[in-house]
Design a protein around this ligand. Structure first.
Ligand code: DHB
Length: 314
C-alpha cells in the first residue's frame, strides 16, 4: 500500500481521491454514471442538467483533435428529474459524493431547478454552470458581471444547500478581480475553473471545412490548448477569493503532472474532461492517480496540503 493520500474535502464532503470527472463527457446516462461510480474517481458529477430532457445540437458535435477537443453539444441531458432519481436510487450504496451540475437556459429555469433540488432529499453539492458556450442565442452568464450578480442574489435568497459555480475562463486581470468581488459576497462553497474556451474554430485542412456542425463549426475548446489558461484561472481565484471558497481545477489535465500543477496553483480537487473522451474511464482515473502519487512520492509529499497553493514566484 502506498502511503500517499489523495483524499480531499469539498464543501465538507470527503473525497478519497481528489480526481473526478468534469461535467460533460460520459456523465449523461445511467450507464455513464454507473461506470463513473465504479471507477476510482473520488466523486462523480452529472452532465449539466436542464428542467427538461434535451436532445442537444445536431451531430457531428464533438471531435477529438490531436491537442484536445472541440464541442458544441448543446446541452443534451436527461433532465433534472432523472439526475435526482439517479441519486435516490443509489443513495444507500453511494461510496462517493455525487455532484449535480445545473445549467438552466434562463434565470427562471435555473431558479426552478434549484427550487426542485432544494425541496428534494439531495444533499451533495450542486455545481451551477454559468459558462456554457454552446447554446445559440444564450450568452455565457459568467461573462456578464451584472447578470452574474443578479443570478447569485436570486439563488441565495432561498438556496441553503452547498453550491459551487462553474466559471468560464477569464483572460484579463481586471476581470478576475471583478468576478472575485462578486463571488466573495455570497455563501459559495467552491468554484470550478474552467469551462472550455468558448467559440474556438478547428479546421479540417483536407476538406477545407469546419469539423463540427452546430454554429458553423464554432465550439468549446478543451485539452492541451487550455491548460495554461486553466492554471492561471485557478491561481487567480485562489489568490482573490475568500479562503473558505475552494477551487476545483479543470482544464488540460491528462496526466499526474497536470493534476499536480493545478493543485500547486491552489486546486483542492481536479476534474478530467477531454482526456475522459480519449481514454477508457477506468484506466484514465487509475493512471492519472498513480502518476500523481508517484510524483508526490518523488518530491517527498504525502498529502495534498503539503503543496496545495504553494506555487513559488521568482
Ligand atoms: C455544453 C457545453 C459546456 O461547456 C457546458 O458548460 C455545458 C453544456 C454543451 O454543449 O452541452
Amino acid at each position: 500500500m502506498s502511503n500517499i493520500d489523495l483524499s480531499t474535502q469539498i464543501s465538507g464532503f470527503k473525497l478519497d481521491n481528489l480526481i473526478f470527472n468534469a461535467s460533460g463527457p460520459r456523465c449523461t446516462t445511467k450507464e455513464d454514471l454507473d461506470i463513473l461510480l465504479q471507477s476510482s474517481a473520488g466523486a462523480i458529477i452529472s452532465k449539466s442538467s436542464t428542467a427538461q430532457l434535451r436532445e442537444g445540437n445536431p451531430s457531428p458535435r464533438y471531435i477529438d483533435v490531436p491537442l484536445g477537443s472541440i464541442n458544441s453539444m448543446g446541452l443534451p441531458n436527461l433532465g433534472i428529474d432523472f439526475y435526482l432519481d439517479y441519486f435516490r436510487q443509489n443513495q444507500e450504496t453511494l461510496t462517493k459524493p455525487m455532484f449535480i451540475s445545473v445549467a438552466g437556459l434562463s434565470l427562471d429555469e435555473n431558479l426552478d431547478i434549484l427550487h426542485k433540488i432544494h425541496t428534494s432529499d439531495f444533499f451533495f453539492p450542486v455545481e451551477l454552470n454559468l459558462s456554457c458556450p454552446n447554446v445559440p442565442g444564450k450568452p455565457q452568464t459568467g461573462y456578464d458581471f451584472e447578470r452574474t450578480q443578479e443570478v447569485l442574489e436570486k439563488v441565495f435568497e432561498f438556496y441553503k444547500k452547498p453550491l459551487g459555480i462553474k466559471l468560464p475562463p477569464y483572460f484579463d486581470l481586471i476581470h478576475f478581480e471583478q468576478m472575485a468581488a462578486i463571488l466573495n459576497q455570497f455563501p459559495i462553497q467552491f468554484v470550478t475553473c474552467v469551462n472550455s474556451i468558448g467559440n474556438g474554430l478547428y479546421i479540417d485542412i483536407a476538406n477545407e471545412s469546419v469539423v463540427i456542425k452546430p454554429k458553423n463549426g464554432f465550439g468549446g475548446i478543451g485539452g492541451d490548448y487550455i491548460k495554461p489558461t486553466a492554471l492561471a484561472n485557478v491561481r487567480q481565484f485562489y489568490t482573490l477569493l475568500r479562503k473558505d471558497i475552494q477551487i476545483i481545477g479543470c482544464g488540460g489535465i491528462k496526466n499526474g503532472q497536470d493534476a499536480f500543477e493545478h493543485i500547486l496553483c491552489g486546486a483542492s480537487a481536479v476534474q478530467i474532461g477531454t482526456q475522459l473522451m480519449k481514454e477508457d474511464v477506468t484506466t484514465c482515473f487509475e493512471r492519472i492517480s498513480q502518476e500523481l502519487r508517484d510524483l508526490m512520492q518523488q518530491k517527498g509529499y504525502t498529502k495534498i496540503d503539503d503543496f496545495k497553493g504553494k506555487l513559488k514566484s521568482l
